[in-house]
Design a protein around this ligand. Structure first.
Ligand code: AHR
Length: 514
């Protein structure tokens, strides 16, 4: 049995979780839209063609915000194709995912879906094949009340009141060689700045995110941010950051340590943004939009993977089946995000349904929760409040990393990876939520929490997610194989909380004032 101790002071907060930290992402990719959230003719479809079984799972998952329509897709997208009478919309080749985009679902349908799902929209504009002009027209179409060509067109299409979309991404992963319309940092910086100026003149209330590097492994990481922000610093509110955790080498201990690299990545991007501020003697602090994060490494589709299968509509691609092990790595990423709540204000799990997603569906059939569903749902439900600093003593291990997802291959070791990964959130009502991962694959861990600064607390709810088989998955035929139970070994004695965490487990302890 390992032992760990944690001291938490209710006054030592590092920041408050922004509700938009619990966002998700829907791209026109595979069965994310068609057969995912939208399937007219499905037995549960509503009058708009939205699957109600999926909507129910989305509400249980608890995202607050959904980014749309891409991703790589947006860099070749003409938004005008997705509005107006459905029967007149063109089908187009989608060069990002080698598919046919039928355009039966577009901006207005997305906004309606967001209302049905009780989430707010985050819209991305195409800075790959297009630029500021198309972007400012889209803002006018969506957000201007009326009396101009674009806003009247929206009204003619049946959406009388403006959509009031607040948050906008200036393109997507524009440094990637896979991106349609890839740009150098200077070319992207200039294009993003001009688009930002035009979009904000149409609607000064919007918030804008510039593209950061598409991963920490990019050879241009760092220089990209520095250059892009030289151009855009005064015109944007966020710099984006993307991470997909991976386990190509089948090294579980390393995989579970890899979310700690997210912590480093966040700190590095903050440093890069603040260096630009320092050079300008500016008090402005850019926030981070972590608008793609997840575990993803098993499935892929090359840009040219293409045409050989006949440009299908909504092919079942990137349908990653998540294991218990993935849920643990994913939970580590949740904790990393929470522990940077002072600077990461927006985050989107990529993606929401079918495509590297917590929710799976069968087209024409049922819907179920993948393993990664649970840490996200727990975080969205219990992590609203002030994130507290934790003073932790835990044994640690060294983890080799083999980062092979980017153009650069890195082999290195992360030292001192604590077996206990933790985030602590103080609720405004006086309660406390603890998120805990025991990263030891073999040994239980007894954790003692010193809560001396809190008043009286009572154990309200505990949750544990684990499975004897780290490869266990949830499938159509066994949808409940990996599911949370309560964490039985947790007790509170005065100001001392003790919990015994099973090996390789994700745990939540929720305490309230009695
Ligand atoms: O989420 C899947 C893809 O990953 C997105 O389209 C792209 O932005 C990223 O490379």
């Amino acid at each position: 049995m390992r032992k760990a101790s944690v001291l938490i002071d209710r006054n030592f907060a590092l920041g408050r979780t922004d509700p938009r930290l619990f966002g998700a992402f829907i791209e026109h990719l595979g069965r994310g839209v068609y057969g995912g959230i939208y399937e007219p003719g499905h037995p549960t479809a509503d009058a708009n063609g939205f699957r109600k079984d999926v909507l129910a799972l989305v509400k249980e998952l608890g995202p607050t915000l959904v980014r749309y329509p891409g991703g790589n897709f947006v860099s070749g997208y003409n938004w005008e194709d997705g509005v107006g009478p459905v029967g007149s919309r063109p089908a187009r080749l989608d060069l990002a995912w080698s598919s046919t985009e039928p355009n039966r679902f577009g901006t207005n349908e997305f906004v309606d879906w967001c209302r049905a799902a009780d989430v707010s929209p985050m819209m991305a504009v195409n800075l790959g094949t297009r630029g500021g002009d198309a972007a400012r027209n889209l803002v006018e179409y969506c957000n201007h009340p009326g009396g101009t060509a674009w806003s009247e067109l929206r009204r003619k299409h049946g959406w009388e009141t403006p959509h009031k979309i607040k948050l906008w991404c200036l393109g997507n992963e524009m440094d990637g060689q896979w991106q349609i319309g890839q740009k150098s940092a200077a070319a992207y910086g200039a294009a993003a700045r001009e688009a930002a100026k035009m979009m904000r003149r149409v609607d000064p209330s919007i918030e804008l995110a510039a593209c950061g590097s598409s991963s920490r492994n990019m050879p241009t990481f760092g220089q990209w941010e520095a250059t892009v922000l030289e151009y855009t610093f005064d015109h944007v509110d966020y710099i984006s950051i993307h991470t997909y955790l991976e386990n190509f080498r089948k090294d579980t201990a390393s995989f579970l340590a890899s979310s700690d690299l997210m912590d480093k990545f966040i700190d590095e991007v903050i440093a890069l943004a603040d260096a630009v501020a320092a050079k300008r003697h500016s008090d402005k602090r850019l926030m981070l939009s972590f608008d793609e994060w997840n575990v993803w490494y098993r499935t892929c589709r090359s840009e040219a993977g293409a045409a050989e299968d006949g440009w299908p509509i909504a092919p079942p691609i990137l349908e990653e089946i998540y294991t218990m092990e993935d849920a643990l790595a994913f939970g580590g990423a949740c904790i990393s995000l929470l522990n940077h709540a002072d600077r990461v204000k927006v985050a989107c799990i990529a993606q929401l349904v079918n495509v590297i997603a917590p929710i799976m569906t069968e087209t024409g059939g049922g819907a179920w929760r993948q393993t990664i569903f649970f840490p996200f749902a727990h975080m969205s439900r219990f992590a609203r409040g002030r994130v507290l600093r934790t003073l932790t003593e835990s044994d640690a291990y060294d983890a080799p990393h083999y980062n092979s997802s980017g153009p650069q291959e890195h082999n290195f070791t992360t030292q001192n990876v604590a077996y206990l990964k933790i985030a602590a959130i103080a609720e405004d009502g006086g309660g406390l939520s603890l998120f805990l991962i025991n990263r030891d694959l073999k040994k239980e861990m007894e954790v003692t929490f010193d809560l001396r600064s809190f008043g009286r607390l009572a154990l309200k709810e505990t949750l544990e997610l684990r499975h004897d088989d780290l490869n266990a998955t949830n499938t159509k035929h066994a949808p409940g194989r990996v599911t949370p139970t309560s964490l039985e070994v947790a007790s509170l004695d005065g100001r001392l909380l003790k919990a015994t965490l099973k090996p390789a487990s994700w745990n939540v302890i929720h305490l309230t004032t009695p």
